[in-house]
Ligand binder design. Sequence first.
Ligand SMILES: Cc1cc2nc3c(=O)[nH]c(=O)nc-3n(C[C@H](O)[C@H](O)[C@H](O)COP(=O)(O)O)c2cc1C
Length: 178
Amino acid sequence: MIAKSSQNAEQGPLGRTSRPRAHHFRGSLGRFATGVAIVTFDGATKRHGITVNSFTSVSMEPPLVLVSIARNTKAHDELAGRPFSVNILGAEQKQLALHFAGRPGPEPRWVEGDTAPRLSNVLAYFECTPWAAYDGGDHTLYLGEVVDFNYRSGDALAFANSSFTTIPESQLGMEDLL
Ligand SMILES: Cc1cc2nc3c(=O)[nH]c(=O)nc-3n(C[C@H](O)[C@H](O)[C@H](O)COP(=O)(O)O)c2cc1C
């Protein structure tokens, strides 16, 4: 996420006219189509969920995944050192994505995972123990070691050019080639 324009931000690498540059930067980043995931975990006093499209696989051995969490979110400080789940959403789960992106709807159904809470009936999930956290500017890169995972069949929810879209399951299925 790009910091709001300020005197200092305008001196930064995005140039002097940082607001339009930031808008253009976001637009350029948006051309990279992604899936949509929700990071869920129990914080000190409450359960958290945050919609992300920054999910990335990092390592097979050990099995590591990464999410990039903005410093200005409620989840950011609480996630440090805590186990978490990454819930990959199916095409029909756009409402869940919005629910955990500041547009709450009906309370979702939870699954009490062995390591961290997760959401019911998602396309895939990864339960993680905390591995490392790295400075990522106005975000923090949280890496988790995957201790449990599974998936179901179905189309994937995707995000591109600031819009939700669908990736049909027929276009998936090349896991063995990677
Ligand atoms: C499709 C989509 C992808 C998002 N990806 C990220 C992300 O990777 N990292 C992040 O920190 N916020 C991301 N957000 C924004 C957070 O979901 C949003 O800021 C959230 O409401 C913050 O929670 P809070 O209001 O509890 O602080 C994304 C939102 C959407 C709709």
